[in-house]
Design a binder for this molecule. Structure first.
Ligand SMILES: Nc1ncnc2c1ncn2[C@@H]1O[C@H](COP(=O)(O)OP(=O)(O)OP(=O)(O)O)[C@@H](O)[C@H]1O
Length: 260
């Protein structure tokens, strides 16, 4: 398949890897093959504890598989050195973690700027006037406006924002570098239904404009209607096959679609 954004091959992952441990560690994830095309939008769901966050951490190279390979945009990120992997992530991947990882005592502008700083640092082209760069500020403002944040949000400290506003700032930070891949973990949990639909429209429109591939994790299956493909991790993850999770084997699923 051409233009793959994500190509997962025969990976397994367990959190405990100690050879000395008398207890055999069990795998959290076992995935034989999973591919996402450039620009595709995937809704990833599954029971609590099925490994969704673990998979996102593997996809962005924060965790490395015990076996197998994860190719992003044609690059095997598991084979890169730590610094090359950090560089690749900063330049190509936007990530919104469940815990958001915003820095409370910095302004929204500075939080968003951090993503640009790291991406440029790896390109060795960061200039000291980056934060004053008009283009950067305009782009940050366009993103925060589109996401329905208040006019003065860029100058406010993160600690002065509601959780729903912080979630949208985290999205703006993840999108500021126009990443080719965007990974988001439960970004709408603090939004009410109408804010959630507006947020989804903006997020997907931005991904469309930039041809960004999106992996979006949520428990809220009503959001699945916005996506090209729905993937049940209980079905994708071979660890569950043969036992409790034979259901949804046809994933990307018709049963899910019916539930829309
Ligand atoms: N740092 C860690 N060390 C050891 N085990 C972990 C760690 N993080 C997660 N786990 C375990 O890995 C499994 C998968 O966790 P993960 O957070 O990926 O699931 P999830 O599907 O994202 O869950 P949720 O929907 O509740 O956020 C769980 O059994 C969890 O207890």
């Amino acid at each position: 398949m051409q233009n793959l954004a994500i190509d997962v091959k025969n990976i397994s992952y367990s959190y405990t890897k100690s050879q000395k441990s008398a207890m055999k560690s069990s795998n959290i994830l076992e995935i034989k093959a999973w591919q996402i095309e450039q620009g595709e939008r995937i809704f990833l769901y599954g029971d609590s504890g099925s490994g969704k966050t673990t998979l996102l951490n593997l996809l962005c190279g924060i965790l490395l598989p015990n076996e197998g390979a994860i190719n992003l945009l044609g690059e095997n990120i598991s084979a890169l050195s730590n610094s090359k992997r950090d560089s690749f992530r900063a330049q190509n991947i936007g990530v919104v973690f469940q815990r958001l990882n915003l820095i409370n005592y910095l302004s929204v502008l500075n939080n968003i700027h951090l993503a640009t700083y790291f991406a440029n640092r790896f390109l060795n082209s960061f200039s000291s006037n980056g934060i004053n760069n008009k283009q950067f500020i305009n782009r940050a403002r366009t993103l925060t406006d589109s996401l329905g944040l208040p006019d003065d949000v860029l100058t406010r400290h993160v600690s002065q924002l509601s959780v729903g506003q912080q979630q949208r700032v985290a999205i703006a930070r993840a999108l500021i570098n126009a990443p080719k891949i965007l990974l988001v973990d439960e970004p709408t949990s603090a939004l009410d239904a109408s804010a959630r639909d507006a947020f989804m429209d903006v997020l997907l429109e931005m991904c469309n404009q930039q041809n960004t591939s999106l992996v979006f994790v949520s428990h809220d299956t009503s959001l699945g209607k916005h996506f090209d493909r729905k993937v049940d991790l209980m079905s994708l993850n071979e660890k569950f096959n043969g036992s409790e999770a034979i259901h949804a084997k046809t994933s990307d699923t018709s049963s899910f679609k019916e539930a829309k």
